[in-house]
Design a protein around this ligand. Structure first.
Ligand SMILES: [Zn+2]
Length: 69
């Protein structure tokens, strides 16, 4: 399963399963992620951080082709 906060893959036997009174379940890879999500209302979505925007991807592409020449 994946961490609810940072979307990182959690190994079996590690991490925290948090069950709400409503029956919803959240998984957290670490205490840091759990505290961020539950008490500090922070969300570190790694996918959003890692993926560059379309314009930056174009820039990277043109830079790579320029180097080849
Ligand atoms: Zn996490």
């Amino acid at each position: 399963m994946k961490c609810t906060n940072c979307a990182r893959e959690i190994e079996k036997g590690t991490g925290i399963m948090y069950v709400y009174r409503t029956g919803d379940i959240s998984y957290y890879c670490s205490n840091k992620c759990m505290n961020n999500q539950l008490f500090l209302k922070r969300r570190t979505n790694r996918k959003l951080v890692v993926q560059p925007s379309k314009s930056t991807r174009e820039k990277i592409k043109t830079a790579a082709t320029a180097v080849k020449k």
